[in-house]
Design a protein around this ligand. Structure first.
Ligand code: ARG
Length: 407
């Protein structure tokens, strides 16, 4: 009996060719696993295709809830954004896919898992490292990293083996999508000087074509997690989908970024992430109301650390778990409602309220009713400025003369 391998199967050209290649070259029985984390259109058709191409079994899983609860919202809680631009949709999806591949492999008594990532990107790192962290005994095979075929050759290989070639194989773009966003690479986008043509976008209206009338959304958070939209309790999947739709209609969430890949190269990436853009902005605004200055400053460090951890394929690492435990505590008062205005590609926070807000009107107001003790300020400033004053007295004025010198 041949050894079994669980292949993460998307129905696209590479993973379809991989079914044949694994059977032919590795002499393995292929179990195709198709996972919906948002963005999978006709999962039944994909399953049928896997069997037609030669898989001995084709399994489908709807993992959208798990994706939102265990990956997207934990990342939102820490404001995860790679290089300040990319909300990490693909980077968050890969470890979940790896986890489900490993679980399936154990159930099916497979000796290996396989994925369609190439040898040049971040995804191979995320799949391989996640698998190693969860099941070090499993072998990982990446056909597209090994077979050395160009895209043209892969199409020819598919043709030779009677594999139906998807229309998407003819598109010059490489696309990945899930609930947290959509990424577009390749084609003319490889020239970083060229503005992305309108055809690359699928989730967002062009800001110029978006409605003239703005839309408002109210997002309710509990402990840093979105739980309601416009006052209605909503599960995370529906809430994210609805926000992708509404914000996308208003042209919100387009990103054009030259990104530093873990494997060393710079790549030009276009993203569409309407829900992520709105939720990240809203979450930050709520933190500004409910966390102290010290907490906010410290969280910046955690944000930067965790964004890199997620990007770099280290989701299943001890440090990520430790930081998640920190967040559990750090988010306990991040509850309240944020009102966001969506208009022609912009997303602006215009209102906020929270039962545990640190904004105290009586302390903030310049009108009557002001409770701030103005007379305490001179004493405070005296101590605060003491080291500066001391240094100036002994070492001379601290004015930086270089910038002010007249020629
Ligand atoms: N650059 C992004 C990342 O590394 C998106 C990758 C998209 N993957 C893909 N196979 N098209 O997370």
């Amino acid at each position: 009996m041949a050894n079994k391998v669980v292949l993460a199967y998307s129905g696209g050209l590479d993973t379809s060719a991989a079914i044949k290649w694994l059977a032919e070259k590795c002499n393995m029985d292929v179990i195709a696993l198709t996972i919906d984390i948002g963005g999978v259109k006709d999962i039944g058709a994909i399953q049928q295709k896997a069997l037609k191409v030669g898989a001995i079994k084709a399994i489908t899983l709807d993992a959208r809830k798990q994706f939102v609860d265990d990956f997207i919202f934990p990342a939102l809680r820490v404001n995860a954004l790679y290089e300040g631009q990319y909300p990490l949709a693909t980077a968050l999806g890969r470890p979940l896919i790896a986890k489900l591949m490993v679980e399936t492999a154990k159930k099916e008594k497979a000796t290996a898992v396989a994925h369609g990532a190439t040898g040049k990107g971040n995804d191979q790192v995320r799949f391989d490292v996640s698998t190693a962290a969860l099941a070090p005994e499993l072998k990982v095979i990446a056909p597209a990293r090994e077979w050395g075929m160009t895209r043209e050759q892969t199409i020819a290989y598919a043709g030779k083996h009677g594999i139906p070639i998807p229309i998407t194989a003819k598109s010059p773009y490489s696309i990945d999508e899930n609930l947290w966003g959509r990424s577009i690479e390749c084609g003319v986008l490889e020239d970083p000087w060229i503005e992305p043509p309108e055809e690359v976008f699928a989730w967002t209206k062009s800001p110029t074509a978006a409605p003239d009338k703005p839309a408002y959304v109210e997002i309710g958070f509990e402990r840093g997690i979105p739980v309601s939209l416009d006052g209605k309790k909503m599960d995370g999947v529906s809430l994210t989908q609805q926000l992708n739709d509404t914000a996308g209609q208003h042209g919100v969430g387009r990103v054009d970024h030259v990104e530093s890949r873990l494997v060393g190269i710079k790549s030009r990436e276009i993203y569409e992430a309407p829900a992520a853009t709105v939720l990240l902005k809203a979450h930050r605004a709520l933190e500004a109301m409910t966390l102290s200055r010290q907490q906010l400053r410290f969280n910046e460090k955690v944000t930067s650390e965790l964004s890199d951890i997620i990007y770099d394929g280290l989701w299943f690492s001890a440090l990520r778990q430790d930081l998640t435990a920190y967040l559990e505590s750090a988010q306990k008062h991040v509850s309240g409602t944020i009102r966001v205005k969506l208009h022609k590609g912009t997303c602006t926070v215009v209102g906020r309220r929270s039962p545990v807000s640190l904004y105290d009107h009586k302390l903030a107001t310049y009108d009557k009713g002001d409770l701030f003790d103005h007379s305490a300020s001179p004493g405070f400033i005296h101590i605060w400025g003491l080291p500066v004053k001391l240094q100036a007295r002994i070492q001379g004025s601290q004015e930086d003369k270089r910038g002010t010198k007249k020629k």
